[in-house]
Ligand binder design. Structure first.
Ligand SMILES: Cc1cc2nc3c(=O)[nH]c(=O)nc-3n(C[C@H](O)[C@H](O)[C@H](O)COP(=O)(O)OP(=O)(O)OC[C@H]3O[C@@H](n4cnc5c(N)ncnc54)[C@H](O)[C@@H]3O)c2cc1C
Length: 415
């Protein structure tokens, strides 16, 4: 491990050894091998999030190759990323890794993983590429302060092994993710920050209709929370609700939910696209079907997409009634329960496979062709430090690859 050398002046210092920082440093050093490039990483290892990502498999990107479509997966950052994705998008990510002998595979839902199903493959590839390109990496080096140097470039204050070091660099890239100290650095440099709040989380819901059903999944539900709507699969957990529809809603509603202290009304349509009236028609047919007349409603679901155990609990208010004995009012109540069930979100849980923070450096203060600050020359940003976040599915890494790659070009002097 190199020791921080106070007397060496760097051409490029990258703060943050995450995916964005690595991608930028590698690109820069490969384009311009004469540059002295250093990554400062405060932790004892680089790429910590890559290693734990995607449940240890690393969901590297998503098989979506149309920039206009791709940006629809970003609750924050879509407009800024539109042009960026025309320069570097998932197709380029796949090629980048394949050219370094790391093959990716696509799962049925479009998520892409290394064929080894191991995030270590991705981390090793990035570390090896950085090493080959001559990028130096300093672990345990915490960037504390960035100031414009009188000689041009920047003067950095770095804590390493309990000592304070001053190092100089011509250009600096901040790729420190959602680190809170960096916000102070960024503000001191004149930038403003959209306050960070969590995104991609599950909902805590304590309700007898879903109690004891952990593991039960419904293929296509529609969720409504205020003005926000999301469709897709939903999973009942020990603490409440999870699955793609919930995670997407948490991402789009991240700010509102934070303001409401993670307490909100949630309407669940367990039948996805059915309206109240169309559900009522199906229920009426079930009631009218003579073979059903003496069968218990609770054990005879009218809709195949609702698992029996869930159906039993959603029809709890009908007790032991047979289909033949249900009244018109009860039928209507059941249709409402199925298509517009009222639940209460009472807190947020953790989605262990992926987690991001919404908020960060305001995007209008950054030139997305180069990732350079519009306020401070030779200061660059990439990755989650920016006010960009995607829904789950590989979109968060993709924005780090894209912004890192663009920053790398500019740091090398190629744009
Ligand atoms: C559990 C989990 C699983 C995830 N799974 C996926 C997934 O499968 N697919 C996906 O697309 N996204 C996933 N994400 C999101 C993804 O990890 C992030 O979007 C991505 O890592 C952001 O990259 P980054 O380089 O901007 O920041 P980070 O990965 O956060 O890297 C920043 C680095 O900077 C270092 N640092 C911070 N401050 C300083 C400082 N002052 N000085 C020096 N170093 C500093 C940090 O230690 C860190 O190593 C997951 C996130 C989590 C938490």
């Amino acid at each position: 491990m190199p020791k921080l050398d106070q007397h060496k002046t760097w051409d490029v210092v990258v703060a943050g050894g995450g995916p964005a920082g690595f991608f930028a440093a590698i690109r820069c050093a490969e384009l311009n091998p004469d540059l002295k490039v250093l990554i400062l990483e405060k932790a004892s290892q680089t790429l910590g999030k890559v290693l734990i990502s995607g449940g240890g498999r690393c969901n590297v990107t998503h098989a979506c190759f149309e920039p206009a479509q791709l940006i629809t997966y970003y609750p924050r950052g879509a407009n800024a990323l539109r042009g960026a994705f025309t320069r570097f998008q998932p197709k380029d990510t796949i090629e980048w890794f394949e050219s370094r002998s790391v093959k990716l595979k696509t799962e049925a839902d479009g998520r892409m993983f290394p064929i080894t199903d191991s995030s270590a493959t991705i981390a090793e590839c990035l570390r090896e590429s950085a090493r080959k390109a001559g990028v130096e990496v300093q672990l345990g080096a915490n960037l504390l302060k960035v100031e414009k140097s009188q000689r041009g470039g920047f003067r950095l204050e770095v804590r390493h092994e309990a000592k304070l070091f001053i190092i100089e660099t011509a250009k600096i890239l901040l790729a420190t993710g959602s680190d809170s100290n960096t916000r102070t650095i960024v503000k001191a440099l004149g930038h403003s920050i959209a306050e960070p709040v969590p995104s991609l989380f599950t909902f805590n819901v304590n309700d007898k209709r879903i109690a004891g059903l952990a593991g039960v999944a419904v293929e296509n539900v529609t969720l409504k929370m205020g003005a926000l709507t999301q469709h897709g699969p939903m999973l009942i957990t020990h603490w409440g609700l999870s699955g793609p529809a919930v995670l997407r809603l948490s991402a789009w509603g991240a700010r509102e939910l934070h303001e409401m202290k993670y307490r909100s009304a949630l309407t669940v349509n367990w039948l996805g696209d059915y309206s109240m009236d169309s559900a009522l028609e199906v229920l009426q047919r079930s009631k009218d079907w003579h073979e059903n007349a003496r069968k218990k409603i609770s054990s005879q679901p009218a809709f195949s997409q609702i698992p029996l155990r869930l159906w039993k609990q959603l029809t709890y208010f009908l007790g032991d009634k047979n289909w033949g004995d249900i009244s018109k009012v009860e039928l209507r109540k059941l249709a409402t329960e199925l298509t517009a069930g009222e639940f209460k979100i009472e807190g947020k849980g953790q989605f262990k496979e992926e987690f991001v923070t919404c908020g960060g450096v305001h995007l209008n203060e950054v030139d997305f062709k180069t990732m350079q600050s519009r306020m401070v020359a030779d200061l660059f940003f990439a990755g989650e430090v920016l006010d960009i976040d995607g829904i789950t599915g590989g979109f968060n890494f993709q924005s780090s690859w894209t912004t890192g790659w663009l920053a790398g070009n500019a740091l090398a002097g190629s744009t």
